[in-house]
Design a protein around this ligand. Structure first.
Ligand SMILES: [Zn+2]
Length: 244
């Protein structure tokens, strides 16, 4: 499977020289960036990059995906950490493979749609009677979405990868693209390498590619039916919390 992003308007490489390339083609083969330039002109899948700014995929190094389902409960909003934990453990003790699966789909789906390609999850809540089945649920969600994922049991782990984090030949093809032709980015094009920090960006990116696979296309997840999983996740969270 080959992928070509053709005529990328601005490519923020994040390489050692922080180069920003203009008007280049990015060619991907078997999940790896094979060439950046103008040599390759076609592939199995060709995406028009002529309005796009491309960045290396963002990396989330500390998530608790299961907490997506308890992220907006009024009774804990103003609590300090320990009362907050104590109250929430009463809820988290009901975690099961179903709620872990749908909260992982929700959390990782949001990440992919905002340019994050790699997630390190710290899952430490294993209610009595659960175990590997919770991690199996997470990996099922990973497979459905196409995210690059690392799970840890507990909180200490190092990602330890040198093939992600920049866009260069030989690196893993993990990147995202935003169409610059929008009101919110008008006037932001003069320093695209700092744009996300200085101007900011809200909403969904246009494309996310993980390991050479297009996982967000035109702002929508490709691996799952977003409307269907939203509906099912809402049913699941209602069951899990026991409230509607
Ligand atoms: Zn944490």
């Amino acid at each position: 499977m080959t992928l070509l992003i053709k005529n990328v308007k601005y490519l923020v490489t994040c390489d050692d020289d922080n180069r920003v390339l203009k008007g280049v083609n990015v060619y991907v083969e078997d999940g790896v960036i094979k060439s950046i330039g103008t040599d390759v002109q076609t592939a199995d899948d060709v995406i028009d990059g002529s309005h796009m700014v491309m960045y290396p995929g963002l990396i989330n190094t500390h998530h608790h995906l299961y907490q997506t389902f308890s992220r907006n409960l009024p009774e804990v909003q103003n609590m300090e950490l320990f009362p907050w934990l104590k109250t929430l453990y009463e809820i988290w003790k009901n975690l099961n493979p179903d709620s872990v699966y749908y909260s992982s789909l929700t959390g990782m789906g949001e990440l992919l749609k905002t340019g994050c390609t790699c997630c390190l999850d710290h899952h430490y809540v294993f209610p009595t009677g659960t175990g590997m089945d919770l991690l199996d649920s997470q990996f099922a969600a990973v497979d459905a979405l196409g995210m690059r994922f690392h799970a840890t049991r507990g909180s200490a782990s190092i990602l330890g990868r040198d093939d992600i984090g920049q866009i260069a030949e030989g690196m893993a093809a993990d990147f995202f693209m935003i169409n610059m032709d929008r009101l919110a980015l008008t006037g932001a094009q003069f320093d695209v390498s700092s744009m996300l920090g200085t101007v900011g960006f809200k909403g969904n990116v246009d494309y996310t590619v993980v390991n050479g696979k297009v996982v967000v296309r035109e702002g929508r997840l490709t691996g799952v039916d977003e409307d269907k999983i939203t509906e099912k996740a809402n049913q699941c969270v209602t069951r899990y919390l026991g409230r509607s």
